[in-house]
Design a protein around this ligand. Sequence first.
Ligand code: ADP
Ligand code: MG
Length: 245
Amino acid sequence: MMMRPIDRVTGLLSDLRMTPVDFEALFAGKNSLTPVESVELFLLEQQRLRVQKQNLLRRRRASLPAEKTMDSFDFGFQRSVSKEQMLRLSDMTWVEQAYNVCLLGPPGVGKTHLALSLAVKGLNLGYAVAFETLDTLMKILKTSEISRASKRRLRYLSKAALVIVDEVGFMPLSPAEANLFFSFVSSMAERTSMIITSNKGFDEWAEFLGDATITTAILDRLIHHCEIINMTGDSYRLKHRKSIT
Ligand code: ADP
Ligand code: MG
């Protein structure tokens, strides 16, 4: 059976790991192009599609539970953090210096919202970003030897520019878990930026970590280069609760 040119080209694109393109649309109205200009147009399209694919992949790997923005944050309601401070952090230059950001405060004050807004900024600037709760991070760390998925995720976390660890302090950790968390924070320090959110002030961390020495060791690594944002106030959730009536 005779193969049509388009089928041969589609096969070649696949062999060369390039993306299928709509040639009719790409070359519409471009009859006067020289051969080299035609090749250039095709290669530029391949480049654009590759960047697009990588961006999508990076967003998926970040595994953000939601895409929040600074614009949708009501700084009038949350007075303990200023818009200027968050806008300054939004340039993400601190990621280059492997600085950390710690957002501390009671439930509902917007810690996760701000962490996610910074994560989105990072993604838009092309950084590899990864989001985990402490709970899911623990599962990954505990199973990295026996689960390929966990091992792969851990490798991704270690290569990311920014790792968000959300909800630190909700659950008490066992001594083994506290050690795993310490090793993780150590391995990130000086290399990868972290955003930590916690409903507990640093003075309360020893309670859920269960050990004063390991707490000091963790905080020592974490806050060496760190912007600490103490948030107070009422829960936005409770204030803006929608009732079913
Ligand atoms: P926390 O992580 O501190 O418990 P969240 O960031 O999850 O709180 O906030 C709870 C909910 O309220 C989220 O849906 C978040 O988008 C919203 N929220 C919290 N604070 C604000 C705010 N100041 N402006 C707009 N939305 C907010
Ligand atoms: Mg939260």
